[in-house]
Design a protein around this ligand. Structure first.
Ligand code: UGA
Length: 438
């Protein structure tokens, strides 16, 4: 099928390349010329395992092209809107400027029977407004909402083999049937592998996305709240999560206590959901999400406080080696990263922060040039007065404590992800400090 993807950021670039990989004829469109040039040359503008490979193979077949001109969307049957919905400045609400601009720019190129598919994460009610805009345009095009559940670091795999598909279809039965048929064509491969499909109205599809992220954020903050209790009782939150996770109604996933969640989705999505619920007069229903956010931010402060304590209150001029900058491993994304936040706060307290990360130094140094960055962990660790692990890259998880011990000045480590073998590190002579564990 002929598809267009408007917006070639994280979501759009991966979606465009994956759809071409599945055999569709795809045009990816973005206003950013440098991004389009990179993508057309088979280069991913961000670190995502597997993306460069499918960009290269799909562009070579001629099935994947990129452009800055929305006119190139003309002739596609399905048009995905995959632009960003950042947090509005000075407010918790989502900024829909890019979504509205994408649709307005696309309207002149839509034909009778075309399907516009929303993939961006939006406040509930947006799709109905966009459908009205399309109807008023007289183009005869339709709108469906098809949220995306990809995880950074696994984005290609999650797009090609999703764990579920959700179609939010138009209220008019004829349009619903035609939209579903088009989406079934797009997702033929996944549907052929019995991927579960949930067909809903617009509002439900929009809510599936935000409520899924709200649930994940809540699960993380729940265990981090237990870590706070563990810290004053001497309990061990890692054992607690193992024990409660054995109940398969609860499960272990997203039950890992640490410095908390970050990234371009969870933090902004729970805030936008709160703002939207308040607009709808249902602020109380999701008031707990403010607490989820607050618990999450307190964990970052906790790591900073532990660092100050470990240094005996004397932070100024001390060398702190920070292991990790990305908001999670397998990513160079530093948006709302707890790791980078901790590094910046420690620097603000006068520490000589030397940060290392396998992929995120280039993204972090653009935003925070005041930190010192070092690609080689051995150099970052040398003569450190304190080590703080904040992103659980395998390189750090599997670090030999005896080797690291030889490099540092003082063998104290704060494990902000509760990911190291505490006994092994202590046996190698380290003072090991976890979050919510003795
Ligand atoms: C999240 C969702 O997991 C995806 O399903 C969704 O599609 C995506 O947002 C989106 O809205 O586009 P992502 O932001 O890539 O995906 O990251 P996650 O894997 O969800 O991790 C989020 C944060 O939670 C990370 O900072 C991670 O370190 C933290 N986390 C995760 C914990 O602190 N503890 C855990 O147990 C799990």
């Amino acid at each position: 099928m002929k598809l267009s993807v408007i917006g070639c950021g994280y979501l759009g670039a991966v979606h465009a390349a994956s759809m071409a990989e599945l055999g569709h004829d795809v045009i990816g469109i973005d206003i950013d010329q440098s991004k389009i040039d990179a993508l057309a040359a088979g280069k991913a503008p961000f670190f995502e395992p597997g993306l460069p490979e499918i960009l290269t193979s799909a562009t070579a077949t001629g099935r994947l092209r990129f452009s800055t001109d929305l006119a190139d969307a003309a002739g596609s049957q399905v048009h995905f809107i995959a632009v960003g919905t950042p947090q509005k400045k000075g407010s918790y609400a989502a900024d829909l400027t890019y979504v509205n601009a994408a649709l307005d720019g696309l309207l002149p190129y839509l034909s009778e029977g075309d399907l516009v598919v929303g993939k961006s994460t939006v406040p509930v009610g947006t799709a109905t407004d966009l459908a009205a805009t399309i109807a008023a345009s007289g183009t005869g095009a339709m709108l469906a909402w098809n949220p995306e559940f990809l995880r950074e670091g696994f984005a290609v795999q999650d797009t090609i083999s999703p764990d579920r598909l959700v179609y939010g279809l138009p209220p008019e039965p004829g349009q619903a049937e035609a939209s579903k048929a088009l989406l079934d064509g797009v997702y033929e491969t996944a549907l052929g592998k019995d991927t579960p499909l949930v067909v809903t109205d617009y509002a439900t599809a929009e809510l599936v996305k935000v409520s899924a992220n709200a649930f994940l954020a809540t699960k993380i903050s729940f265990i981090n709240a237990m870590a706070e209790i563990a810290e004053v009782t001497g309990a061990d939150v890692t054992q607690l999560s193992t024990a409660i996770g054995l109940d398969d109604r609860i499960g272990w996933k997203f039950l890992k206590a640490g410095v908390g969640f970050g990234g371009g989705c969870l933090p902004k999505d729970i805030r936008a959901f709160t703002a939207r619920a308040e607009e709808l007069g249902r602020g109380e229903s999701v008031a707990f999400l403010k607490e989820v956010d607050a618990i999450n931010l307190r964990r970052r402060q906790r790591v900073v406080d532990l660092a100050v304590e470990a240094l005996g209150g004397q932070v100024n001029g001390k060398k702190i080696s920070v292991l990790g900058l990305a908001f999670k491993p397998h990513s160079d994304d530093i948006r709302d990263s707890p790791a980078l936040d901790v590094a910046v706060q420690l620097k603000g307290l006068g520490a000589n922060v030397v940060a290392t990360d396998p992929e995120a130094i280039h993204t972090a140094s653009r935003v925070h040039p005041q930190l010192t960055y070092e690609a080689d962990p051995a150099v970052a660790l040398r003569d450190a007065d304190l080590v703080v692990l904040v992103t659980e890259w395998d390189e750090f998880r599997h670090m030999d404590p005896a080797w690291a011990r030889q490099l540092v000045k003082a063998a104290t480590i704060i494990d902000g992800r509760n990911t190291l073998d505490a006994a092994a590190w202590r046996a190698a002579g380290w003072t090991y400090i976890g979050l919510g564990r003795p």
